[in-house]
Design a protein around this ligand. Structure first.
Ligand SMILES: [Zn+2]
Length: 736
């Protein structure tokens, strides 16, 4: 395995429809990868089709992106993103729906009337934006509305609100059975699962949605408007469910579990809001259904089915690279997709995907098997060494194990694995191996190889790391060793040597918790001569900005990640802490602060040295100087060291703190005020370093200048002054 440089991406500003169910990833990662490994016009395969944005991004750049997409809802998202409906079509489609008749009413009026509530100020009847329910008691507790009189907000529900909800619930079974019917026939063995899934809809939502869907059947619309209307109804289906905790910022449901307090949103308003979600600008992308193929300019080629069905048909397409966002198990989205597909497109469309309904719990062994089923027949269809690049959203140990096991068993050799922070997607690169897996002798897991890999990962970081990082180091060692093989309870077997290693005396768990996945793991004995990752990052950023003043963040990240690849990838938090200490941003461009230019800092260090020298003679102590490996000044009295001052222009203090031979009480770091926050940040992230630094003190250049100007200074007074300047937390950085 060589080091994979983590590719930075951009957080999407508008992540698009149903994003709360889709993998949490960033834009620009896949295309940056492709730019290094292929050329526009090449065929790229996405065997999972779980992240429409990523497929679109590649197609837009001119690649021919073949996507196996088994979920009809995701397929619709892909097609719609390739050719988004215009705002005019969305509005026109909604207007046609609004004007449809329900009895002697307009449909809009009828649907809005389901949500009427009395304004507490002007007493008019207004449609509520949403109601608030409590799951346990089943009681409607609140209502949220905005009235034209200006009254707006959340109020307790009234008896009339409760009565309206009860009267709609009285006819629930009729509408619910229609909703059921569209997904499963009365004799369908899956019917019971559909019924269960439908429980995340309240009666009013079922009634409103089924009323709209019945209208869709009888409506004649142009194909463009029909597509626009389907889009609006699809997002309304999601907005209408009870899977909206209240209050909550950004719920990301993975299970069909109704939150303890949840919103019942107004379905008509959800349709109206959909106009914003769906109307996209952006460049159109050709999108065809396999076996048609997109032109030279690139585009999407959608295979309507799972990868295992596509693989045998890949003979005539020369796939240059496999690039994918790995899906996580998502029972909520998969089950709802089966429901929504039935409602929008009918039973036949929903049928192939309906198997997701049987399964209410997805464990990681199951998921590993599913990933393997998709990948296993793929490597034979690829050229030797063809890359398989996976973005792994919300990485956790079992997810990484499942991915690594599935790829290894499918005949891919690990090239690199890069992890950044816990919330960033992991990135893994494999290549099609030269030998088919069946030809290789199955190797057992060598616990010693795993242990050594974990130790060396920690030694290289030079700081404690989360379990995920050590788990990844162990996994990578198994992949290199070809011992990631399919066996019963494979994930537990992969985990065992990792956990066994951590029980050894070389590893220290910096937490009270017994759960190995919580807290940080460090080394009992860190080689004191190693620079920790944060120290290396600081030096590297300063060097980069000296050479490249006015650099954009992305270029800095790319350079840093290339220098510190794989499991060393620095977090954005660390990078920002260093920038906050050293650099200024103007219009997205970063430069060192004027006071942090090397010549100014050299002059500062000289001044500090002079101040300490002058003070020593005033206070009647003798002085010893040392220039390397550290700039050190000792104050001595009768041969005893009174103070050891380490002079620094940086916060690169790890080695100094660890190698210092003097008592910590009399050891001091002398540094610029602007470094204090960065040092505090470093101590905050590393409990081992924090305990070494516990009784140290810092003297800022400014404080030293003040001390040297004080008249009638004594050694006692000096000691007292030193104690009054603690290391400041990074929040106070703004003060400098
Ligand atoms: Zn009012």
């Amino acid at each position: 395995m060589d080091g994979l440089a983590y590719i930075p991406g951009n957080e999407p500003e508008n992540p698009g429809p149903l994003a709360r169910y889709l993998p949490l990833t960033a834009d620009g990662i896949a295309t940056a990868f492709l730019a290094q490994h292929s050329r526009p016009g090449d065929w790229v395969l996405d065997p999972f089709g779980a992240a429409p944005r990523t497929d679109l991004e590649m197609a837009r750049l001119g690649y021919r992106v073949l996507v196996a997409v088994n979920n009809p809802v995701t397929r619709f998202l892909l097609e719609t993103a390739a050719n988004p409906p215009s705002q005019a079509d969305l509005r026109a489609a909604l207007a046609e729906l609004a004007a449809a008749r329900k009895g002697d009413e307009r449909l809009e009026t009828h649907l809005q009337s389901l949500y009427l509530t009395e304004c507490s100020k002007c007493h008019r009847q207004v449609p509520a934006d949403a109601f608030v329910w409590e799951r346990e008691s089943g009681v409607l507790t609140g209502r949220i509305y905005h009235c034209s009189c200006g009254d707006i907000g959340e109020y307790p529900a009234t008896e009339a609100d409760q009565a309206r909800a009860t009267s709609i619930a009285a006819t629930d079974s009729l509408h619910r059975s229609r909703a059921l019917e569209r997904v499963a026939t009365p004799h369908d063995p899956d019917r019971v699962h559909v019924e269960e899934a439908l429980e995340c809809y309240l009666p009013r939502a079922v009634y409103a949605l089924i009323t709209i869907i019945n209208k869709l059947d009888s409506f004649s619309l142009t194909p463009e408007r029909r597509r626009a209307l389907l889009a609006l109804v699809l997002t309304a289906c999601d907005e209408a469910s009870a899977l909206w905790p209240h209050p909550a910022e950004r719920p990301r449901p993975k299970q069909l579990t109704i939150p303890p307090r949840f919103l019942e949103k107004n379905v008509w308003l959800a349709l109206e809001r959909g106009v914003e979600f769906w109307s996209g600008g952006g460049q159109l992308v050709e999108s065809v259904i396999w076996p048609s193929v997109p032109g030279e300019a690139g585009g999407l080629c959608l295979f309507d089915g799972p990868m295992r069905d596509l693989a045998p048909r890949l003979k005539d397409v020369s796939i240059r690279a496999v690039v994918t966002v790995l899906p996580r198990p998502n029972q909520a989205f998969w089950t709802l997709s089966a429901l929504w597909a039935g409602w929008l497109w009918g039973r036949e469309t929903a049928a192939p995907f309906k198997s997701v309904l049987h399964r209410r719990r997805y464990d990681w062994n199951w998921h590993a098997a599913a990933l393997y089923a998709a990948l296993k027949n793929l490597s034979d269809r690829l050229p030797l060494n063809a890359p398989l690049f996976a973005i792994v959203p919300e990485p956790e140990p079992a997810f990484l194990s499942a991915a690594m096991l599935a790829a290894a068993e499918s005949g891919f050799d690990l090239t690199g694995l890069a992890l950044r922070a816990r919330h960033d997607p992991a990135q893994i690169l494999w290549r099609r191996s030269a030998f088919s897996h069946a030809d290789k002798k199955p190797a057992g897991i060598d616990a010693e190889v795993v242990r050594r890999a974990m130790l060396s990962a920690l030694q290289e970081r030079g700081e404690p790391v989360p379990f995920l990082h050590l788990h990844a180091a162990g996994l990578a060692a198994m992949a290199d060793d070809h011992s990631l093989r399919w066996r019963p309870e494979a994930l537990a077997q992969i985990n065992a040597p990792i956990l066994a290693a951590l029980a050894g005396p070389e590893f220290v768990h910096h937490t009270e918790s017994k759960n190995p996945e919580i807290g940080l793991w460090g080394l009992a004995e860190l080689d004191a001569a190693t620079d920790s990752l944060p120290d290396r990052v600081e030096m590297s950023i300063v060097r980069f900005l000296q050479k490249n003043p006015g650099a954009v963040l992305r270029d800095l990240e790319m350079a840093l990640n290339a220098e510190l690849p794989g499991l060393l990838t620095p977090s954005l938090g660390l990078l920002r802490a260093v920038l906050a200490s050293y650099a200024l941003e103007t219009d997205g461009r970063w430069s060192l602060r004027p006071e942090d230019s090397p010549s100014t800092r050299r002059a500062d260090l000289e001044t500090a040295t002079h101040a300490l020298t002058a003070l020593a003679s005033r206070l009647g102590v003798s002085l010893q100087r040392q220039e390397s490996p550290q700039r050190l000044i000792l104050w001595q009295d009768s041969g005893e060291t009174v103070y050891a001052f380490y002079l620094l222009a940086s916060a690169v203090a790890g080695r100094i703190l660890r190698q210092n031979p003097y008592p910590p009480e009399s050891s001091l770091l002398v540094l610029p005020g602007g470094r204090a926050g960065l040092l505090a940040y470093k101590l905050g992230r590393d409990p081992a370093l924090r305990s070494v630094a516990e009784r140290w003190r810092i003297v800022k250049f400014r404080a030293l200048r003040r001390l040297s100007e004080m008249t009638s200074l004594t050694l006692e007074r000096f000691e007292k002054e030193l104690s009054g300047d603690p290391i400041e937390p990074p929040e106070q950085m703004e003060l400098f």
